[in-house]
Design a binder for this molecule. Structure first.
Ligand code: AMP
Ligand code: ZN
Length: 502
């Protein structure tokens, strides 16, 4: 079955059919860079990171565009408070955002356009909207006229009357309709401003995303996403601008992530209840944060609290402990056949395949990561049972089945960006002797210290396997003996060679 995606616009799950077969264009609204991001923002970016990685795992060629909003009222206000330029604020928090994004292990977007680099494209769109009678100019401001776009409200499923209910702010008498929104804002003294046909000014927030998505993905593309709080007015307005301008359907699928709440309230800078990503990362491994995101469906809210973190911590530990037991079993002495355990091997192999099948079914069903995670834990349970049953007495066949199960666990975790590398294994490569470099240069002809020692060792072992295949025993034995002298033992298995430091 094909991948199903919940589309906010049609309010149902639909089969994912992309504009160009095998390719996906995705636009995710990026941060307004005036402050550090909090874990609510972090969750939304993580959710889309998980989705994008999974789509790549399923073979799609994904073009991922995530913008930086580097001109906005909030940036200008912050600059004023600190007595620095808006550019400086934007520069500082763009850097901070990149640090946090890298810290969380987010894949970099294919393109990361900045709003201020695309002012001309925005002006071009605004001019087009005026020409089409969808926008009007007053005193150097330009407004979109919502009553002229028949589909206004289709994403948020609200009529213009609903939108006005409970209206408290005084309506600007220059607007034709209270819901008309700014495409261009005339410059106030001291604000950053660009030349335009309507005088000096700057773009409104919504037109930025319409212009940048169009530039990098085209008039129509596959997925547009962000947090649920962006549905109205931001995404509703993007649709009005883009479809009004091009006359084509804008995004095929609208995906929105659930909020992170604290108690009854949304986590928001304005409410002062935020936990910053950079602070959380000081105390917790990024995989813990990712597990927190994976444990809840991306559209459901997360009520954040210490117990949520604890759950994610213990999930991470459960994975790592399983991987430690696996490594321990694989490096323990291999014993000869124990016939009564043969059926256990078959059942671990089945469990591995079953886990992969369930994982894919879950992720294909609108990225149900919680169910996908459950299938990984089922595999962990089977692995633990298997290791216990053998009690440290594994045959070659048992080790192979265990190694296959481990590979599937790593494949599935990798598909959603979870890194289950053992933290202690990172240091092991460093413990390898420098003599590896000389051996690499002798058998591979690779320049000294051109690569990391563990990478070189893998290549040396590959070279040895090749030699064995060609019955070139002199080379194969030479490699084995020299490694042994360095204290590195090789074990040959049907799946390849494994090494361990004696
Ligand atoms: P902002 O900087 O407020 O435009 O937010 C950047 C991204 O984070 C947007 O996709 C928002 O929808 C999302 N976001 C903001 N607050 C939260 C929250 N409490 N929970 C989840 N996502 C959020
Ligand atoms: Zn946007």
């Amino acid at each position: 079955m094909a991948i199903q995606v919940y589309d906010t616009l049609n309010r149902k799950k639909e089969e994912l059919i992309t504009r160009d077969p095998g390719k996906i264009g995705i636009y995710i609204c990026g941060p307004t860079v005036y402050n550090y991001i909090h874990i609510g923002n972090g969750r939304t970016y993580l959710s889309f990171d998980i989705i994008i990685r999974y789509l790549r795992y399923r073979g799609y060629d994904v073009t991922y565009v995530r913008n930086i909003t580097d001109i906005d009222d909030k940036i200008i206000n912050k600059a004023r408070e600190e007595g620095v330029s808006a550019e400086e604020i934007a520069r500082r928090y763009t850097k901070a955002f990149h640090d946090d994004a890298d810290g969380m292990g987010l894949a970099r977007p294919t393109v990361e356009p900045k709003a201020t680099d695309h002012i001309r494209s925005m002006i071009e769109m605004i001019e087009g909207l005026i020409k089409k009678g969808l926008a009007y100019v007053v005193d150097g401001d330009v407004y979109f006229e919502v009553t002229k776009f028949p589909g206004y409200g289709k994403l948020s499923h609200r009529s213009l009357t609903d939108m006005r209910a409970g209206e408290r702010v005084e309506v600007d008498p220059r607007k034709h309709h209270p819901m008309d929104f700014a495409l261009w804002k005339a410059a106030k003294p001291g604000e950053p401003a660009w030349e335009s046909p309507w005088g000096m000014g700057r773009p409104g927030w919504h037109i930025e995303c319409s212009a940048m998505s169009r530039k990098y993905l085209g008039d129509d593309f596959d997925i547009h996403g962000g947090g649920q709080d962006l549905i109205f007015p931001h995404h509703e307005n993007e649709i009005a601008q883009s479809e009004g301008y091009t006359g084509k359907e804008f995004a095929r699928y609208w995906m929105h992530g659930g909020m992170v709440n604290i108690g009854e309230e949304k986590m928001a800078k304005s409410l002062g209840n935020v936990i910053l990503v950079k602070d959380l990362l000081k105390e917790h491994n990024p995989n813990v944060l990712r597990l927190l995101a994976l444990g809840t469906h991306y559209r459901s809210p997360i009520d954040f609290g210490p117990e949520k973190l604890k759950e994610a911590e213990s999930a991470y530990e459960r994975f790592l402990n399983a991987r430690r037991r696996i490594e321990h079993s694989l490096s323990s002495e291999t014993v000869t056949m124990l016939p009564e355990k043969v059926e256990l091997i078959g059942s671990l192999e089945n469990a591995s395949l079953e886990a992969k099948k369930k994982f894919i079914e879950a992720m294909d069903d609108d990225f149900n990561s919680a169910a996908a995670l459950a299938s990984m834990f089922e595999l962990v349970k089977e692995i633990n049972t298997f290791i216990e049953a053998f009690g440290g007495q594994m045959t070659i066949m048992a080790k192979d089945a265990l190694e296959k199960a481990d590979r599937i666990l790593l494949e599935l975790s990798g598909a959603v960006g979870l890194d289950l590398t053992l933290p202690e294994a990172v240091g092991v490569a460093e413990k390898l002797p420098d003599a590896i470099y000389e051996l690499a240069s002798a058998v591979l002809g690779i320049a000294l210290d051109s690569k990391k020692k563990d990478q070189l060792l893998d290549e040396i072992l590959e070279r040895r396997n090749e030699a064995r295949k060609n019955k070139d025993w002199a080379i194969a034995d030479m490699i084995r003996d020299r490694l042994l002298k360095m204290g590195i033992e090789i074990e040959d298995t049907p799946l390849g060679s494994r090494w361990k430091i004696k």
